[in-house]
Each structure stands twice: as structure tokens, then as C-alpha cells.
Design a protein around this ligand. Structure first.
Ligand SMILES: [Fe+2]
Ligand SMILES: [Fe+2]
Length: 176
């Protein structure tokens, strides 16, 4: 997928309220997969999910907002278990969707589709399946992005897309 200024501008206009929020910006300081921060990961998931949902004629506003907030858990999950061992079902993989929803609902006003996207993005690890097609799109894009971030053999075009979107975001945020 080639990045374009128009696609980026549409994406940024929808995501601006979240992207510029000071608490959301804290996601830049947490590493997620490989060398990618939770911020950069969420941005690229939301950007790709936006493009896909546009083609499918879905609710692009909810897709971008839900995707930006799907991993809004505000801690370093790599530190988990270093001090206290947790039972499997209490570990990050199982719990972070509900933490993200709690934080997202505290800082932003969410519609039912956005709540579904955030709370169901770890299906089938979390057993309740998504209700909305918008949530399926984010679920699939999240898995796709995570795969490339975790296994460093990213395709060149994916890597340059990630760089493009994150550099544009950095430029826009520096203008504030
Ligand atoms: Fe997640
Ligand atoms: Fe994710």
C-alpha cells in the first residue's frame, strides 16, 4: 500500500484529538514489539485499518479512533512478571484489552463500535468475538502489523510506510 498525502490527511483529521492528547503521547515511551513503541504500533494499525475500512465502506471514524486506542494500556508489559508471577489468565495478553478500554473511556468519549474494537481486539485470546465488522478489520490488521514488528524481516514497503506515517505524525505534533 503506497502512502499518499490525501490518505494521511484524512487519517490525521480523524485521529487528531487522540494523537495530540498528552496522556496518549506517553505511549511513545513504551516499547511494544521489537523496536516499535506502542505509539508507533497503534498509529500504523490505525492508518492501515483506515485504508482498508474505506475500501469496505465501513465507519472509518470509529475504526481510526478504536484502532488508535486498542493498546492504550500505559505500562511496560515487558516488566510484567519480573517481580510477581501472575497466573496465565491475569497476564498482559489476556488483560490488556480491558485495561485499554478503561483508560480510553476515562480520557475520551467512545461510541459502541469503538468500545467493541478495543475490547475485542485480542479475540480469540479473549473469547468474546467482535460484534462489528470494523472490529474484525482492526483485529486482523493488528495481527498483521504485530507479525512484521515481531519478526524483523519486514518487507521494505511496509517499513517505509511505517516510517512515512510516523514521520508525518511527528511533524504535525511538533507544530502544536
Ligand atoms: Fe493488543
Ligand atoms: Fe496491537
Amino acid at each position: 500500500m503506497t502512502p499518499t498525502d490525501q490518505a494521511y490527511s484524512e487519517f490525521y483529521a480523524i485521529g487528531k484529538e487522540i494523537l495530540t492528547h498528552p496522556v496518549y503521547q506517553r505511549l511513545k515511551s513504551y516499547i511494544h514489539h521489537g523496536e516499535t513503541s506502542v505509539f508507533a504500533h497503534s498509529v500504523i494499525v490505525a492508518y492501515l485499518a483506515h485504508r482498508l475500512s474505506e475500501r469496505l465502506n465501513l465507519d472509518t471514524n470509529s475504526v481510526v479512533r478504536g484502532a488508535l486506542l486498542h493498546d492504550f494500556f500505559l505500562y511496560d508489559w515487558h516488566e510484567e512478571g519480573k517481580r510477581v508471577r501472575k497466573p496465565l489468565l491475569k497476564k498482559h495478553g489476556f488483560k490488556h484489552a480491558s485495561y485499554a478500554l478503561e483508560n480510553a473511556a476515562f480520557y475520551f468519549s467512545l461510541n459502541p463500535i469503538e468500545k467493541d474494537i478495543i475490547s475485542k481486539h485480542m479475540f480469540p485470546l479473549n473469547m468474546k468475538p467482535p460484534v462489528h465488522l470494523e472490529s474484525w478489520v482492526v483485529n486482523l490488521v493488528d495481527d498483521y502489523v504485530t507479525f512484521f514488528e515481531t519478526f524483523k524481516n519486514m518487507k521494505d514497503d511496509f517499513h517505509s510506510l511505517l516510517q512515512y506515517v510516523n514521520e508525518r505524525i511527528a511533524d504535525d505534533l511538533s507544530l502544536l
